[in-house]
Design a protein. Structure first.
Length: 665
C-alpha cells in the first residue's frame, strides 16, 4: 500500500493537468510574461521560453488553440515592447527590435501550427488505432468463442469419425467375408463379375473339360481317410493353378473329378486352345508328381448356355450337349491321355499334334463300321486318289448318320471318276439328306462323336517354311540354353495363338547376335530377353490381340505398355540383371524413334532390343494366327526390308537375317 500511494498521486496530478491544461497554459504564460518583463533585464534572451508552452499547447490542445496561444503570447510581448521598448533594447535600434520580435512571433505561431497539426494527425491515427484495437479485441473475443465452438465440434467430429471408422471397418470386414465366401464357392473371375454386377446368362461357344482320377475309389477304400484327403488336396492344390493360368473356370468338384469351362465367363477367341493345353499340362503334372493314380481328360467344344443356376445356393455352370460329350470323352479316354471332339480339334490342329481315334457311339452295333471306316481313312491318308475308297467311306458315313461327311467323300470319288453312275447317285442321295438334316439338326446333338487323342504341342522351330533346315541344324542346340521355363510364356502365347513364338524369337535373336559379333555373355542375355520379351502381353485386352484392322491411338498406347509389364514380371520372378531388363523394355521400339512416346532411336537402342524387334516381326509374319494365315518366308523378309525404309528396323540386323534364312533351304 505504501508503494501504491505515490503512484496514485502522480496519476491524479497528471489527469488534473491534462483536464485543466488550457487554464494552466494561460496562467503560466501570464506569469512568465510578468516575470520576464519585471524581474529580468535580458528580456530578449527569455523570449525563446515561450516556445515550450506553445509546443505543449500544440500537443495537448491542438493546432487551433496552440496558434491562438502563440498569438496571445505575441500580443503580450508586443504590448510590453510598445509600453517599454527600452527594456528590450540592448545594442539594437527600435526597428531592429520590432523586426526581431516579429520574426520571433512568426516562428512561435508557426511552431504552434506545426506541432498542433502533427498532434491532430497523431490524434486521428491514435483514434483510428484505438478503434482498430477495440475491433480487434472484439474479433479476438469472437474468434475465441468460435475456437471454443470449433473445439467442441472437433471433439464431436472425432467421436463421429471413430464411429464412422468402426462402421467402415465393420463394412470392410463384412465385405471381405462375403468376398471370401464367394471366392471359396465360385471361381475368382465369376466372383468378381458377380460383385461388379456384370455376369450375364447367355449362349456362347465354350470348351468343357472333365478330368477324372482313374481308380480313386479303390485307392480310397484301401487307405485311411486322412491319407486320401491329404493326397487329393495335394493334387487339387497343384492342378487349380494350372487350370486358372489357362483361363479356365472351375465349375465344380465331383468327388475326385473336375468340371471346367474355357471361354466363360470371360470370352477368349482361343478358348479351345486354352482347354487342350490345360489338359496336356494336367497330364504332364500328374505323370511327374508321382501320384498313386492316373488321370483321364475329355474335352468337347460347342454352343452352350452359361449362367448362374440355383435359388439360395447358386453356381455358375454350362448346360448343353457339349457337356455330355465331354463327359463321354473322359469316360472313353485311356488313362494318362486327353481325348477331344472334332470341333475342338479343328480349333487347335495347327498348334497341337493329334491322332484320330474310333468314333464314340451310343449304338454298340456301329463299332464294326467305325473300325472299318478307320481302316479306309488310314488307306486314304497314304493314297488320297482312290475313288473306290472314298465311295466306301461315304457309304459308311451315311450309315452312321453323317451325310455331310458322306457328301464330301462322294464328291472326291466323282472328281476321280466322273462317269461312274453309282458315285453320282450316292452323291445325290447324300446331298438330299444333308438338305433335310440342315432344317432339324442342331450342332453337337449327334449319336456319333469323332474323337481325337492329343499327342503333344507342335514344335514351331520345326516349321521348314519358316526355319530352313540348315539354320535348324546349326542352331537347334540353342533351345537347351534358355533358362526361363516354357510354362512362363506358354499361357501368354495361348491368348493370341502364338504358340512357340518366344522360343523362335529367342533362337533367332541368339543367331543374329552371333553374326553381329556380339560377345558370348551378351548373346546369352539376348537369348533370355528374346524369350521373355512378350510375357507382358497378358495386360493387353484380349480383343486387341485379335484385332484384324488397325488400332486407334488409345488402343496402341495400351499395347505399348506390355514391354514395361514384361520387365515388371521378370523382376518379380527374380530376373533383375539390368542389361536383360533394358533389352526387354526397348524391344518394341522403332529404329527411328517413332511409335513409342519418349522412345530411344538408332544405336541408342540396345543392340539386343534391335535384334529382338527384327526376330519378333519375322516370326509374327511367318506364323499362322487365328485371324490370318502365315506369310511366305520371302514375303516376310521383303516386308522387313520395307520396314527398314520406313525406319522401323535396324538395316544391319534385317540384312543379317536375310543372309541367315533368306537363301537357305
Amino acid at each position: 500500500m505504501e508503494n501504491e500511494n505515490p503512484t496514485r498521486g502522480l496519476q491524479r496530478a497528471g489527469n488534473y493537468i491534462h483536464e485543466h491544461f488550457e487554464s494552466l497554459f494561460i496562467l503560466v504564460t501570464l506569469v512568465a510574461v510578468v516575470l520576464i518583463n519585471f524581474f529580468t533585464s535580458q528580456k530578449l534572451a527569455f523570449l525563446d521560453f515561450f516556445f515550450l508552452p506553445i509546443i505543449l499547447a500544440g500537443y495537448y490542445l491542438g493546432q487551433r488553440k496552440a496558434v491562438m496561444g502563440a498569438v496571445l503570447s505575441l500580443l503580450y510581448i508586443v504590448l510590453y515592447v510598445v509600453y517599454s521598448p527600452e527594456s528590450f533594447i540592448t545594442d539594437t535600434t527600435t526597428m531592429t527590435l520590432y523586426l526581431r520580435v516579429a520574426s520571433w512571433g512568426g516562428f512561435l505561431i508557426l511552431s504552434g501550427a506545426v506541432v498542433g497539426g502533427l498532434h491532430g494527425r497523431l490524434k486521428i491515427e491514435m483514434d483510428a488505432s484505438h478503434v482498430l484495437v477495440k475491433n480487434l479485441s472484439a474479433s479476438q473475443q469472437e474468434l475465441h468463442r468460435a475456437n471454443e465452438a470449433l473445439e467442441e465440434r472437433s471433439k464431436n467430429l472425432e467421436v463421429q469419425t471413430q464411429e464412422l471408422q468402426e462402421s467402415k471397418r465393420s463394412i470392410e470386414m463384412l465385405k471381405t467375408k462375403v468376398e471370401e465366401t464367394l471366392y471359396a464357392t465360385m471361381d475368382s473371375s465369376v466372383a468378381k463379375l458377380v460383385i461388379e454386377g456384370r455376369l450375364r446368362d447367355e449362349k456362347r461357344e465354350v470348351s468343357v473339360m472333365f478330368a477324372d482320377i482313374v481308380g480313386f475309389t479303390s485307392y480310397s477304400e484301401e487307405h485311411p481317410p486322412e491319407v486320401v484327403i491329404s493326397e487329393l488336396n495335394r493334387y487339387l492344390r497343384a492342378v487349380e493353378p494350372i487350370l486358372l493360368s489357362y483361363r479356365g473356370h472351375i465349375d465344380k468338384y465331383m468327388g475326385d473329378a473336375i468340371m471346367c469351362e474355357f471361354g466363360a465367363p470371360e470370352d477368349y477367341e482361343t478358348y479351345r486352345l486354352h482347354g487342350v493345353i490345360a489338359g496336356l499340362k494336367l497330364q504332364e503334372h500328374v505323370k511327374k508328381a508321382n501320384y498313386p493314380w492316373q488321370l483321364r481328360v475329355g474335352i468337347a467344344s460347342g454352343s452352350t448356355i452359361t449362367g448362374l443356376i440355383g435359388t439360395k445356393r447358386r453356381t455358375y455352370t454350362a448346360i448343353g450337349d457339349s457337356v455330355n460329350t465331354a463327359s463321354r470323352l473322359e469316360r472313353s479316354c485311356s488313362p494318362g491321355s486327353v481325348l477331344i471332339d472334332r470341333y475342338t480339334n479343328d480349333g487347335i490342329c495347327h498348334f497341337i499334334e493329334t491322332r484320330r481315334k474310333l468314333e464314340l457311339t451310343k449304338d454298340s452295333n456301329a463299332a464294326s463300321k467305325e473300325r472299318e471306316l478307320e481302316e479306309i481313312l488310314v488307306r486314304l491318308k497314304d493314297n488320297d486318289d482312290g475313288a473306290a475308297e472314298h465311295y466306301e467311306a461315304g457309304q459308311i458315313y451315311l450309315s452312321l448318320g453323317e451325310p455331310a461327311e458322306a457328301l464330301s467323300h462322294f464328291g472326291r470319288a466323282l472328281q476321280r471318276n466322273r462317269e461312274n453312275d453309282k458315285y453320282k447317285l450316292a452323291y445325290a442321295e447324300a446331298g438330299i439328306q444333308v438338305s433335310e438334316q440342315e432344317g432339324i439338326t442342331i450342332r453337337g446333338k449327334r449319336n456319333r462323336v469323332e474323337a481325337y487323342e492329343v499327342i503333344k504341342l507342335k514344335d514351331t522351330f520345326q516349321d521348314r517354311k519358316k526355319i530352313p533346315q540348315t539354320f535348324y541344324n546349326d542352331f537347334k542346340f540353342v533351345e537347351n540354353l534358355i533358362q526361363i521355363p516354357a510354362d512362363v510364356t506358354l499361357p501368354v502365347e495361348v491368348l493370341d495363338g502364338s504358340i512357340g513364338h518366344s522360343k523362335v524369337v529367342a533362337i533367332l535373336s541368339y543367331a543374329l547376335a552371333g553374326q553381329l559379333d556380339v560377345p558370348e555373355t551378351e548373346k546369352m542375355n539376348i537369348l533370355q530377353a528374346g524369350f521373355a520379351a512378350d510375357i507382358g502381353k497378358e495386360i493387353v485386352p484380349y480383343h486387341l490381340l485379335h484385332r484384324r484392322g488397325s488400332l486407334t491411338p488409345r488402343e496402341m498406347l495400351l499395347v505399348q505398355q506390355h514391354p514395361m509389364e514384361s520387365t515388371r514380371l521378370l523382376k518379380t520372378m527374380g530376373y533383375t540383371q539390368d542389361s536383360v531388363i533394358q533389352m526387354v523394355l526397348h524391344s518394341h521400339e522403332h529404329f527411328n524413334g517413332s511409335g513409342y512416346p519418349n522412345g530411344l532411336s538408332g544405336n541408342a537402342i540396345p543392340i539386343g532390343s534391335r535384334v529382338i524387334a527384327v526376330a519378333d516381326a519375322y516370326d509374327a509374319l511367318t506364323s499362322r494366327r487365328p485371324h490370318r494365315d502365315a506369310w511366305e518366308r520371302s514375303a516376310a523378309l521383303t516386308e522387313l526390308q520395307y520396314g527398314v525404309e520406313r525406319g522401323l528396323y535396324d538395316p544391319e540386323v534385317v540384312q543379317t537375317l536375310v543372309g541367315l534364312v533368306g537363301g537357305a533351304s
